[in-house]
Design a binder for this molecule. Structure first.
Ligand code: SAM
Length: 181
């Protein structure tokens, strides 16, 4: 979708409690221009299947879904490969104060979002701790706003060439085109 590759790393997933919101983090990553989603710690087949089902119907453009990854190892390897790590947290610097600088660096980004309390070391490993405002809200909202600011809204116009389902925008009703189903 873009030259700049962005992957989203989801920490602290609790399978019973977070299945829906973690799936929404992954779907938001896909729909807002990221190239992949990584679920830390645990392999949750339900989340992976749900996201892959959406990718199969609505197009993936190579969107990757990985689960059961050691987050600390992944972050260190990402940095060793020259990528930057952004942690979204209300305690960070305001997105408006860093987004242009970050975009100008033109580096691949690993965007880390939490669920429950995020370990202190993540704040230290991150190259940028970024706040989407300084009020507590949600990882889904934080991720959507961050990606939209990063890609300056262009991601919302992306057309997935491998989509089997496409929407024809309509003022009223639902118009859908289906290919090869
Ligand atoms: N109490 C948790 C903590 O201290 O990390 C926050 C839990 S919050 C429900 C889950 C995730 O949403 C956070 O880890 C963070 O990634 C994201 N988040 C929530 N509010 C945010 C904000 N204002 N700016 C950036 N990210 C935010």
């Amino acid at each position: 979708m873009f030259n700049l590759k962005v992957y989203v790393l989801r920490l602290g997933h609790r399978p019973m409690r977070d299945k829906r919101i973690t799936t929404h983090v992954a779907l938001t990553a896909r729909a807002f221009g990221a190239s992949g989603f990584i679920l830390a710690g645990i392999h949750d087949v339900n989340v992976v299947k749900s996201v892959e089902k959406v990718c199969s119907a609505w197009g993936s453009s190579g969107f990757k879904v990985i689960s059961g990854v050691d987050p600390f190892k992944y972050i260190r390897e990402w940095k060793d490969d020259g990528g930057l790590v952004v942690h979204l947290t209300m305690y960070g610097v305001h997105v408006d104060d860093v987004i242009n600088e970050l975009r100008a660096l033109n580096c691949d980004l690993l965007v880390v979002v939490g669920a429950e309390k995020v370990p202190r070391i993540i704040y230290e490993l991150a190259d940028y701790n970024i706040a989407i405002g300084h009020q507590p809200h949600s990882e889904v909202a934080a991720l959507a706003v961050f990606l939209d600011r990063l890609f300056e809204g262009r991601e919302l116009h992306f057309i997935y060439p491998d989509a089997k389902i496409r929407i024809v925008p309509s003022k009223k009703g639902k118009v859908v085109i289906r290919h090869g189903q």
